[in-house]
Design a protein around this ligand. Structure first.
Ligand code: ZN
Length: 689
């Protein structure tokens, strides 16, 4: 392992040294790793008599070492971007893509695998090893191992171009988000904004060297304006800037425009899928997923739309009536929806999302989250000192199991700031690997974009943000609690993408339970937990406008599936056409013509959700159904928690997602619990309050 000392991005202490990662080291380190990987593979296929262990253990090690070189770089690109790092990142992407395709098309390696698949050993292989072999054979097929030389090289070019374009898409969104700022000189112009938002705007202005207040398109700022600003023109202005980011419309029209990027991504994905024998990219994407076919996913989405759209329509109708009672608005526009929805919520349930913030100071929420996973799985979470971080706001933790054994560690990076990608996500820093007598513990990155601590007070979360934190922690548990020894199927690896949201959406559901909330909440001034009266109101408001929220998710999912499934080279991407059609079918709020939602839809154009956005709803069925077992047996039932841990969280991708679900639930999933949790009747009649 002396290679590790030579490669500046590999770390002997088994944790990345983020503060010591210099952009000038990255390209040589990646080049060196790829050279070593190629040499190892060449030596592997030279040996004639390979068994599973001889072939796969070195391959697992190889992939893991590449991840250890690349993961910190890609992480920093997401949370601490700068021009120098971005440049080397973009130099490395095609190198990595070329290597991946080359491995996936390596005939000799494929034959070595096939020999194992055809050998007597196959019959005796334990399920985990068999799964890795099957995954590998599928990867080869999807990488075009069977293609002729010319097609192979075309495939390679496509893969490299795609990874560059997806990075470009994401960078355009980040740049467009950061480019727009609005200075506000008159306090009165911020009328309606809650204190936290005003303080944020004040501190942003100070940081930028301005008097007054400054609004941005970073999510906490955008959300506060669109939800609370009384000034309709201000809401419209911010909405327009936000919904036209990286497009041909809006205040920065044409700068960082993703129009051509989207066209090219869709064309290349289609070509790639066709090269390896699929009729479109949606089919290609679904091969690795739990859902059996594109048609079945479409049926699932449309069935849900049929049940939900009448409810959503009714909700919109009520909102319109309420808005007319409040003022002189005749037609509700896209920038009015959140504003009046919040007003109606306050009117109907006598509480506001903002009021809840005082009950959810971040330190209390974190300790409550750790309490919940302590009750459910016997876990203990403890903060550790680690100075190897990329920003002073980042903290580092260790998780021990019920026997006191350390099972994994994680970094928490929770606050919005510039040069950090928006949204929330969990990423792998290191993956569990245990063979040859060595155990490498998993390490996770948990990233959010909450309002930072302001004016000397801790960050105060809305209940929505509490849900986000639990969601990402559910992903982190999946990654950290794995008992699988081989990285390629440990944690979230090798898990069907449409089942990967099961642990995350499941953990969210504890945030609605009084038993859990009494530990998650504590008033920032008095420490008192959320009063029952407020909890009752929250629960009553839980499904407030959930119909509108669901049809919006269905709109995204259908758009994603259709744009990938019905691509036609002679007609181009037809982004607007598909959006219009899908909206006519499922949406109740039709956005204005300037809206360019697709241009910042990073999930499908820059993330892993291409022809897979439906996964959120698909997995929500699983999560709701899994939670209904806790509802039956007690939400802190230790035995139920233990079974969830053993049948799902520890298993990673070692078995098919459906088999794992059945092992926990005792049967295949049904949609009933999802409908019930969302207040939708089985016959499609909603329980709108
Ligand atoms: Zn998720």
């Amino acid at each position: 392992m002396n290679d590790q000392t030579r490669n500046p991005l590999l770390h002997l202490d088994h944790l990345p040294a983020f503060s010591r990662i210099h952009p000038q080291h990255v390209v040589p380190a990646v080049e060196q790793s790829l050279t070593e990987a190629r040499a190892t593979i060449a030596a592997l296929v030279d040996r004639e008599t390979s068994g599973w262990d001889d072939l796969f253990l070195p391959l697992e090690t190889l992939a893991d070492r590449l991840e250890q070189v690349w993961s910190p770089v890609s992480h920093l690109h997401g949370v601490a971007d700068n021009a120098e790092l971005r440049a080397v990142y973009n130099v490395c992407l095609p190198m990595l893509s070329e290597y991946q395709t080359e491995v996936g098309q390596n005939q000799d390696l494929f034959r070595a695998l096939q020999r194992i698949a055809d050998s007597e050993e196959m019959g005796d292989l334990p399920p985990e090893k068999r799964k890795i072999l099957e995954n590998a054979l599928l990867d080869f097929r999807l990488s075009g191992v069977a293609l002729g030389a010319e097609e192979k090289s075309r495939f390679k070019v496509i893969a490299a171009k795609l990874s560059a374009l997806e990075a470009r898409f994401s960078e355009n969104v980040l740049d467009a988000t950061q480019a727009w700022k609005k200075s506000v000189a008159e306090f009165a112009d911020l009328s309606g904004l809650p204190d936290t938002a005003i303080t944020l705007a004040r501190e942003t202005a100070e940081r930028e060297g301005h008097d007054g207040w400054m609004l941005t398109l970073e999510f906490p700022s955008y959300l506060s304006v669109i939800t609370f600003a009384d000034d309709r023109d201000l809401r419209r202005e911010v909405y327009e800037a936000y919904s036209t980011r990286s497009s041909d419309q809006g205040p920065n029209a044409g700068k960082w425009d993703n129009t051509a990027v989207i066209e090219e991504i869709l064309a290349l994905r289609d070509e790639k899928a066709r090269l390896v024998g699929f009729s479109n990219y949606a089919e290609y994407s679904l091969v690795r997923k739990m859902a059996p076919s594109v048609e079945q996913v479409l049926d699932f989405l449309r069935d849900l739309a049929k049940r939900t759209k009448p409810i959503a329509k009714q909700e919109l109708h009520e909102l319109g009536a309420f808005a007319r009672e409040q003022g002189d608005i005749i037609e509700l526009e896209a920038w009015d929806i959140s504003y009046y929805a919040e007003k109606l919520r306050q009117h109907r349930f006598a509480f506001s999302q903002e009021e809840l913030r005082a009950y959810f100071p971040l330190p209390k929420v974190l300790s409550g989250l750790f309490y919940v996973v302590g009750q459910l799985f016997g876990l203990q979470v403890q903060q550790l000192e680690n100075r190897e971080i990329w920003h002073p706001e980042v903290n580092f933790y260790e998780i021990r199991d019920q026997d006191g054994e350390v099972v994994g560690r994680f970094f928490l990076d929770l606050y919005a700031r510039s040069h950090k990608r928006g949204g929330a996500w969990m990423a792998e820093c290191m993956t569990r690997k245990a063979f040859h007598g060595d155990v490498q513990l998993p390490v996770a990155h948990l990233v959010c974009n909450f309002s930072p601590p302001l004016a000397g007070r801790p960050s105060l979360l809305t209940h929505e943000e509490v849900l986000t934190l639990f969601h990402e922690f559910g992903h982190a548990l999946h990654h950290l609690l794995t008992k699988v020894d081989y990285p390629s199927i440990a944690g979230i690896n090798g898990v069907s993408w449409d089942a990967v949201e099961l642990p995350s959406q499941l953990l969210e559901l504890w945030c609605w339970e009084q038993e859990a909330l009494s530990h998650i909440s504590g008033h920032v001034d008095t420490g008192r937990p959320l009063p029952n009266t407020l909890l009752e109101k929250m629960r009553a408001a839980r499904n407030f406008q959930s119909g509108m929220a669901i049809v919006r998710q269905l709109e995204f999912a259908l758009f994603d599936l259709r744009i990938h499934g019905e691509y036609n080279a002679s007609q181009g991407a037809r982004v607007q056409q598909f959006l219009d059609e899908v909206r006519r079918e499922v949406a109740v709020v039709i956005p204005p013509a300037f809206n360019r939602f697709a241009h910042s839809f990073s999930h499908i154009f820059a993330g892993g959700y291409a022809a897979g956005y439906y996964s959120y709803k698909w997995a929500e069925v699983l999560a709701s159904d899994a939670f209904s077992r806790f509802e039956e047996e007690g939400i802190f039932n230790r035995n139920t928690g233990l079974q969830l841990q053993q049948t799902v969280l520890e298993q990673g991708g070692a078995r098919e997602a459906m088999a794992l679900f059945v092992a926990f639930r005792g049967r295949e999933p049904t949609i009933d619990a999802l409908l019930r949790h969302n207040g939708i009747g089985m016959d499609g009649v909603g329980s709108v309050v």
